[in-house]
Write a protein that binds this ligand. Structure first.
Ligand code: SF4
Length: 423
């Protein structure tokens, strides 16, 4: 299968040089085929929850490619309920960065972005996405909406792409403060987002449907929190890719029926799971799921499991659903990715206790200043609290950084240090 995907990725990149819209159609056909496979032959060990997450996430990649006229470009942390209710298809920079890398189709787009002046140290999720957009693989969106969370890459990428496509951009400024004033400030901007979408589409957004979508978001978050609490004493047989899908379900897909079904399924899966066994790892930040040797160590392994990832739980809050705009604002304002890195560490510590983690992996994605800058302090804090912490350097989507084998070796050594069995 790996070879087929590799060849497919090469064809997409080559075709994009000659005929970008044919490359997009090809990509779409490939994603449809993969989705059909996930729906019909998910594999023996794939849980219902993981299957749902992979299919729903793939659907969210297919929709903007297939219906470009209703596509809206967003950042990962943009609350998407307003777009869902408006019948638009949000597509995120981080989502497509991951998927193009999973398709082995990232190299030419990274290269294009660097040739166009983006520094080598710029986040590769953004570079892949910018390259794919500017080479014509990504559809022209109706408009762009992004938040200022969680990094300054957002400020550059979305402004640049708004200029490139000649479309309007709406920016949701998220202040660092986590208080009522910040919530009201963001809620006001979300009301402005509604007016912006209505003006751009010429269609009214139904407040009743919005309230329902935000209610689904809250129920999904509540379910996922219960799932985490129940996971403490249970074995979690999954793949690192499942963690990535879960992060998309709890961000751009939050508010959809699919996301709620996923969290309900997570609860069913965990209730029926066997008792905890093996070493339990908490993963902080994005997961380099393309690294095959790492997957060999961590996928479906009774001896060691990734039991949580902060990309999934960082934004779980108890929002005020009586006011959908406040509830969505609370989610971004109280995100652990908002402001100082200590907030991510605190949320990670809380999760480590809850999930009964044996150790923590702090993944330093190349170019992510927030994560790199906080690595040493995170290690100190986790270890002071009794959780050995491995700082692991790598890249979430750029294969040219290499070091796959070394990454897996370091993780294996860490597991051994935790007293785990040979994996
Ligand atoms: S990995 Fe870091 S730099 Fe890249 S999009 Fe995420 S927060 Fe921003």
């Amino acid at each position: 299968m790996g070879k087929i995907v590799e060849t497919f990725g090469k064809v997409i990149q080559d075709e994009c040089d000659k005929n970008p819209s044919a490359a997009r159609k090809l990509l779409l056909a490939g994603y449809h085929a993969q989705n059909l496979r996930w729906k019909t032959v998910p594999g023996k060990r794939v849980s219902k929850a993981a299957q749902l997450a992979s299919v729903e996430t793939m659907n969210s990649m297919i929709a903007p490619l297939a219906h470009a006229g209703r596509a809206a470009m967003v950042s990962l942390f943009t609350p998407c309920e307003l777009l869902q209710v408006a019948g638009l298809h949000p597509y995120s920079c981080e989502g497509f960065g991951c998927f193009l890398s999973g398709t082995h189709a990232e190299r030419a787009f990274l290269q294009h972005a660097e040739n166009e002046g983006l520094p080598e140290t710029f986040c590769s999720y953004h570079k892949v996405f910018i390259g794919a957009a500017e080479k014509g693989l990504m559809p022209k969106p109706r408009f762009i909406i992004n938040t200022t969370l969680a990094c300054d890459a957002n400020l550059l990428t979305f402004r640049r792409l708004a200029d490139f496509f000649g479309v309007k951009q709406y920016v949701i400024d998220v202040p660092y403060g986590q208080d009522e004033e910040a919530v009201q400030y963001v809620a006001e901007q979300l009301r402005g987002m509604k007016a912006f979408i209505e003006a751009e589409t010429g269609e009214k957004i139904d407040e009743g449907k919005l309230a329902k979508a935000v209610g689904r978001s809250q129920r999904s978050m509540d379910n996922f929190r219960r799932f985490m609490a129940l996971s403490a004493n249970k074995q979690q047989m999954a793949t690192v890719t499942d963690q990535m899908f879960s992060a998309f379900m709890l961000h751009n897909l939050l508010g959809t029926e699919g996301a709620e079904r996923f969290t309900v399924q997570c609860l069913k899966t965990v209730k029926n799971a066997p008792a905890a066994k093996g070493k339990r790892l908490l993963w902080m930040h994005t997961i380099p799921y393309w690294v095959a040797p790492l997957r060999e160590v961590l996928d479906y392994n009774e001896a060691v499991q990734v039991v949580g990832c902060d990309m999934s739980f960082e934004g779980l809050i108890q929002g005020d659903t009586a006011d959908p705009y406040r509830a969505m604002a609370q989610r971004v304002v109280y995100s652990a990715f908002n402001g100082p890195v200590q907030r991510r560490i605190d949320r990670g510590l809380e999760a480590a206790r809850e999930l009964k983690a044996d150790g923590v992996i702090w993944f330093c994605h190349w170019g992510c200043k927030h994560t790199l800058g906080g690595a040493q302090i995170a290690k100190q804090k986790f270890e002071a609290a009794g959780y050995p912490c491995l700082i692991l350097d790598g890249d979430g989507c750029d294969r040219s950084h290499g070091g796959e084998g070394q990454m897996a070796t370091r993780v294996e050594a860490f597991i051994e240090m935790l007293g785990g069995e040979q994996v």
